[in-house]
Design a protein around this ligand. Sequence first.
Ligand code: SF4
Ligand code: SF4
Length: 359
Amino acid sequence: MGIEFEEELSSDLSRCIGCGGCNIPCPLFNVDQIESSGMRSRIKILSMLSKGKVELTEGILRHVFACANCGVCNDYCPVGLRPFDLLVRARGSFIDMGYVPLVTVDIRNSFRRVGTPIGDELIKGSWLPPDFQPKSNSEILFFAGCWMHKAIEVALDTMKLLRKISGDVTTIGPTEPCSGALLYILGEKDLADDSKRNLEGLLSELNPKRVVSGCSLTARIYSDIDFINLSSYILDAIRSEKIKFGKMKGKDIILPIPSCGRDNSLLEILKNLNGMKILEAPEWLCCDCGFTLIYRTDRNLFSRWVQRVLSLAEELRANHIVIEDVGCYAMITETMQTKGRLKGIKISHISGFIMELLK
Ligand code: SF4
Ligand code: SF4
């Protein structure tokens, strides 16, 4: 079965020189260096499809959709193809042509049933008082994002931290819609647009001065909505001395897991902490809600990625892993079925970590 992509996409795909630069920063490729896990194989198969050299199969669809969606490979292509963006465009074309890969069915179904791609069992706002109502015209509105509602301890720490920074903080609570960012990168543009519009409508009713996003993917994907990522907001608060740390206790050697994207906020926050050693994360080490598809459909691969991270932490003699994105924190702690420590290494989300230091 031949696939006709739009001309511009086919032409971009044909410019790939097969150098493998996009494999270098790929989190999945770095699990075990298997060619089929990296981006080069995805671009190659799309290019062959567009030239009619291979038939479309469910296996190919799965291959094109089942990546960790970090987007880091965009910056590693010597001919400027932005391979992850190409992948997202190709996914959108498949959906438009009516090819919905089986690997995304659970995510779509959860979204249609309960309004979140995270899973049917998610109950939003269970960390808030039962009579909670969002407040209008607040200084800060905390857009928690779907994963935050699963990691209740992180949600509570984050609200406490935001209230230390600004006295006037609200959130949406049980009716908070998903931003649609995950659906957008899975090529589901219509579903994503509906969800985003829904969120924007609610925000315009509540009219906060600023929206702080607990979901890094939302802040990464939607450059047109004026959200500030949680860690950037914390960094601003440190720089403007709205939060100050006392003398540091202990001798932490920290391996940071940043969110994916160009934002360096986590590292910048950690650099402000005297007395702690901050290790440099390799380019493949990032994680956010984009990993959800792998997490939900290939738990074995996700576990192997976690093991790879833990081995790296051991090699570097880290005794503490600090995670920027709540989705990453929730997926890691759920997979390992433990919170607090893994193999003797402490695991914290940035909000809990900062709250601990402020005690
Ligand atoms: S988006 Fe990330 S996980 Fe997917 S191929 Fe690119 S680097 Fe790998
Ligand atoms: S880095 Fe660019 S040119 Fe090289 S294999 Fe990847 S997409 Fe192709």
